[in-house]
Design a protein around this ligand. Structure first.
Ligand code: ASC
Length: 155
């Protein structure tokens, strides 16, 4: 029969083993393997590009301006813009990312922050419902996408 103390010592061993295994998780953090991180960031960018593109269609005059629709799309873009970066950790090289993402990581981070600031501005313009401001903010945000792609995305 198990004594109370042997149960405790077994529990302690399990907890210790868990702590050791946690410490052994590499820098791609919550992702089980590098491919999962690559998929995650590509999916996040894809959702962002889909909703950014819907605003683009309005900006280009292909779709009539509807305040609620643009506001919803801009909010999604702004929310998604914070997600991909956690999935570029060490050991997750690959996909469409250039090696420069990891060798020039401070430049990459600065670019990501410019984009996040620009889409936050786009969201502000979209919520206020001024189409001229939306057009300006959309153009500026698109420039921040392109700036990063030029340097960090494989063609
Ligand atoms: C988009 C999209 C991008 C940017 C970029 C802007 O709609 O998918 O990656 O705009 O093309 O230059």
């Amino acid at each position: 029969m198990h004594t109370h103390s042997s149960f405790l010592s077994k529990a302690c061993r399990i907890v210790s083993a868990s702590i050791i295994m946690t410490a052994a998780i590499p820098a791609f953090a919550q992702f089980q393997k590098p491919e999962d991180a690559i998929k995650y960031r590509q999916n996040a960018f894809n959702v962002m590009a889909t909703h950014f593109g819907r605003i683009g269609a309005v900006v280009k005059g292909e779709v009539p301006y509807n305040k609620e629709e643009v506001a919803k799309n801009a909010a999604i873009v702004a929310m998604m813009s914070g997600l991909p970066w956690q999935a570029f950790g060490p050991g997750t090289e690959g996909g469409k990312a250039q090696p420069l993402v990891w060798t020039e990581s401070s430049k990459f981070k600065a670019g990501s922050e410019k984009m996040q600031a620009a889409v936050a501005e786009l969201n502000t313009a979209a919520q206020s419902g001024n189409l001229d401001n939306i057009k300006k903010a959309f153009g500026a945000a698109g420039q921040t996408c392109k700036a990063c792609h030029d340097d960090f995305k494989k063609k």
